[in-house]
Design a protein around this ligand. Structure first.
Ligand code: PEP
Ligand code: MN
Length: 338
């Protein structure tokens, strides 16, 4: 970090800054410029250290050089493959997760899962404890939804993903799902992140609509720092001032996450775009941008869906997109071999 002081700082304030540096065991030097006095400091800083120096009298600003995270970065590890079992892996090839926004009934989840497994999709999603903006909207089937999701997935040899909303249901999620989803609204639920960090259950964490990339990666850092390294990042866009799309999906963030982090990265164009017509194009672009997969909402009868019907693909749309994704993945593999 570099501590910046005004050139005219009183000697006693400067002495105080250096005294605090010494008592905390940091090594430093003092550079006197035309306008400022700069103190480059070497050491292992916490956010609290930076805050402490910012608060010292006479300090103009403190520039932090190092990133605030470590375990999510390639400095810690080059590459992570999250292995869900039975050949389902994130971080190797391209993995498609698909399913309805919510598990609605045995019949509908059965119809959708049967179609998806015929297509070759191995991971079934389905919301069970829904975080809805309105208390009057469908809230999900709860534990019964988790049971249905698992029973149907087992029938078709699929893995499951569902979003946890409440720490008190953690044991049920550990029992019923293969990947626990931390939804956008809970990305900053640090108590939930800490509990999940103590498990070895694969976790897919979504970016909050108001989170910077740094805040998103710091949330993933909570999971890794607590000991869980089975983490998948999911970009789903952020809220913008425009109303054409549900969110503004940050596609350039994909190569950025891949550059910076060893974790698998998937994209959720369903919530990111929110308009079914454009979802296949965005999902397909995720392949060329280097993502490790996508998560897509699909429904056999979107107008009858209990949540997010307007963004659900119908089976024919899904098939077409899925064929194109597979072709693009083959092309990507060829290009990578060159
Ligand atoms: C979801 O995937 O079901 C969902 C609610 O998405 P998000 O948390 O990204 O809004
Ligand atoms: Mn949804």
């Amino acid at each position: 970090m570099i501590i910046v002081l005004n050139k005219g700082i009183e000697q006693k304030l400067l002495r105080n800054v250096t005294k605090v540096l010494r008592t905390n065991g940091f090594s430093y030097s003092i550079l006197k410029g035309a306008k400022y006095v700069l103190i480059p400091v070497i050491g292992d800083f916490t956010t609290e250290d930076v805050g402490r120096f910012r608060a010292l009298p006479g300090v103009k600003k403190v520039l932090r050089i190092s990133d605030p995270y470590y375990f999510v970065t390639k400095e810690y590890r080059e590459h992570t493959v999250v292995d869900i079992g039975d050949g389902v892996r994130f971080g190797e090839g391209f993995t498609v997760i698909a399913g309805p926004c919510s598990v609605e009934s045995e019949e509908s989840i059965m119809t959708i899962a049967s179609f998806l497994s015929e297509q070759g999709v191995r991971v079934l999603r389905g919301g069970t404890f829904k975080l809805r903006s309105s208390p009057y909207s469908f809230q999900g089937m709860g534990i019964e939804g988790l049971r249905l999701l698992r029973a149907v997935a087992q029938k078709f040899g699929m893995k499951t993903v569902s979003e946890i909303s409440d720490i008190r249901t953690l044991d049920r999620f550990l029992e019923y799902v293969d990947i626990v989803q931390i939804g956008a609204r809970n990305m900053q639920n640090y108590a939930l992140l800490k509990e999940l960090s103590k498990t070895n259950k694969p976790v897919m964490i979504k970016r909050s609509p108001a989170a910077t990339i740094e805040e998103f990666l710091l949330s993933a850092e909570y999971l890794l720092n607590g000991g869980n390294e089975q983490i998948i990042l999911c970009e789903r866009g952020v809220r913008s001032f425009d109303s054409v799309f549900r969110n503004d999906i940050n596609m350039a963030a994909i190569p950025h996450y891949k550059h910076l982090s060893h974790l698998p990265v998937i994209v959720d164009p369903s919530h990111g775009v929110g308009v079914s017509r454009y979802i296949p194009a965005v999902a397909e672009s995720a392949v060329t941008l280097g993502a490790d997969g996508v998560m897509i909402e699909i429904h056999n009868d979107p107008p009858a869906a209990l949540s997010d019907g307007f963004q659900a693909l119908v089976p024919e749309e899904f098939s077409r997109m899925y064929r194109r994704i597979n072709r693009l993945v083959a092309f990507r593999n060829e290009a990578d071999d060159e």
